[in-house]
Design a protein around this ligand. Sequence first.
Ligand code: PEP
Ligand code: MN
Length: 338
Amino acid sequence: MIITMKTNASEHDINNVVDKINTLGLKAHISAGTQRTIIGVIGEGNHDHQHTLRSMASVENVIPIAKPYKIVARTSHPQTTIIDIKGIPLGGEQIQVISGPCSVETPEQMTASADAVKEAGCRLMRGGAYKPRTSPYSFQGHGVDGLKMFRDAANQYGLPIVTELMDVRELDNFMKHNVDVIQIGTRNMQNFDLLKEVGKTKVPVILKRGIAATVKEWILAAEYIAASGNHNIIFCERGVRSFETAYRNMLDITAIPYLKQETHLPVIVDPSHAGGYAWMVPALSRAAIAAGADGLLVESHPIPNEAWSDAEQALSPAELSQLMQELSAVAQAMGRTI
Ligand code: PEP
Ligand code: MN
C-alpha cells in the first residue's frame, strides 16, 4: 500500500507513521517530495492495517496496491479452472445448463422434471429442498425428505444434483445424500461461517451473488471458501436489486467478463431469478452466453402453473428443449458447445 502524508506533516509525524508501520510487521520506504511525503509500505498489509494507518491524524490517504483476494485471483493462477462434477466439466469449452424446479415438491414432479431436463439435453439438475422464502408463511421446502426425493429422481436419469444449503447444521445431510454441487444462495453469500464450512469439503460450490453485493464482496466470499481448502467454486450471477421494478432483478452482464478476467473460476448465470418471468429467460440466456458465461441455472417445471414456488419464471419442458436448441447456435458462434 502507499501512504500519502498531509502537506503539513512534520518529521515527527512521519517518524510516528514509520514506527507504526514497523510495529505492524511491515517496512516503510519514504519518498520526500517538495509538497508532501509519500510512504511505500512493503509487506503483506491487510485491510485492518490500512484502517489503522488511515486513522493517524497526519495521514491523508492510504491506497491499497495488492488485491484483497489471493487464491481465487487469476494473478495467482493464470490457467482457467475447469470444475469436474461427476465427470461433467464446468468452465471449459462445453457450456452446462443446469435445470430443474425451484422447489422439490413431490416424487412425481421430480421424476417428470428429471425426465424433461434429460430430454432437453441438460447434464445437471437443480432443485431446492431448503427454500429461503421471503415470507415465513410460504412453502419452506421439504428439507431432508426433499433431498431424498431429489436424489432418487435424479439417479433414475443419471443427473448430478445441485441444491441449496442454508444452514451449516444440514451439511451432514448433504454429504449423506451425496449432493454433487452445493448452492449458496443470494441471502447467504456473506454467511461467513457457512462459507467456511463448505470450504472444508471438496464438494463443488455454486456461489450466488448477494442481492446488493459488489463484485469485490462476492469475490471475497469465494475467497472464504477457497481459504478453507475448497477451490471448486462457481460464481453465479443472478441479478442484483436496483431501482427498476418492472422485472425481478437487474442482470449484471458486466460481471461476467470482469469475473473471468479477475478470477480463474467458472461463471454461470441464473436468468430465471434475474428476470423473474419465463418469457425473459431465452433473451437473458443468449446474452449470458454471448458475454462468456460458462453455464446457466434455469428453473423449469413439468407444469409451470402448478409450481409451488417461482411459477411465473419456470420454463415448461417444451420451452426448455426449445431454449437448448436456440442456445446451441449462440454457443457455436462463441466457439463453444452446449
Ligand atoms: C434459487 O435458486 O431457488 C434461489 C432461491 O435463488 P437466489 O438465492 O438467487 O434467490
Ligand atoms: Mn426459485
